[in-house]
Write a protein that binds this ligand. Structure first.
Ligand code: AMP
Length: 197
């Protein structure tokens, strides 16, 4: 099946909702590029770049990195794509980022198509994140420095305060689809696909 040239999907949802895993699968199956800002930022921290050194304290504290840094990163990332077939995982996270993304996508002639919102109750989110931290440590890696209960709670607060408004932003544009994020990975994936029909 030939795929349309442009497709833009934004995965919204609190930390621990399963955005990364689901986005990975959708990207593989629909020939999309997954753009995870968390991964890009962590890579800078690991490589010890100037940017990495600047933002490490923010990631460790569960705070958002300033909008202008994110917007520059995304602008760069989209710059030399031929046909914009992307899934954003963890971006945008503020209204300013969403507005800038709309400007950028308009320039590229690739408007947002779908915004699945993965919904998971708070206590389950914290459990999942703490478990992810535990498993990473158990398998010999150091894991994510922000996968502790304390930072996870902070990240939920940040989501509520800064990212929740995007639900209305995309809702008003008719892109938002609420998806029950409780269940097996397959169940949730099927619900995401149903929401994009
Ligand atoms: P994530 O892997 O998406 O949970 O992101 C991990 C951390 O990276 C967040 O807690 C923020 O510190 C930072 N981060 C990732 N994406 C963004 C974004 N769009 N805006 C601001 N900070 C971000």
């Amino acid at each position: 099946m030939t795929q349309p040239k442009n497709k833009v999907v934004i995965f919204l949802g609190p930390p621990g909702a399963g955005k990364g895993t689901q986005a990975e699968r959708l990207a593989a199956e629909q020939d999309l590029v997954k753009i995870s800002t968390g991964d890009i930022l962590r890579d800078h921290v690991q490589r010890g770049t100037d940017l990495g050194q600047q933002i490490k304290p923010m990631l460790d504290a569960g705070q958002l990195v300033p909008d202008d840094i994110l917007i520059a990163l995304i602008r760069d990332r989209l710059a030399d794509m031929e046909g914009v077939r992307v899934i954003f995982d963890g971006f945008p996270r503020t209204r300013a980022q969403a507005e800038e993304l709309d400007v950028l996508l308009e320039e590229l002639g690739a408007p947002v198509n779908h915004v699945p919102l993965l919904e998971v109750p708070d206590e389950l989110l914290i459990e999942r994140i703490v478990e992810r931290g535990r498993q990473a440590t158990a398998s010999g890696g150091s894991g994510r420095s922000d996968d502790t209960e304390e930072v996870a709670r902070k990240r939920q607060d940040v989501f509520r305060e800064q990212t929740q408004p995007l639900i209305d932003y995309y809702g008003a544009r008719g892109h938002l689809k609420r998806v029950d994020g409780v269940g097996s990975m397959d169940e949730v994936y099927t619900r995401i696909l149903d929401g994009m029909k």
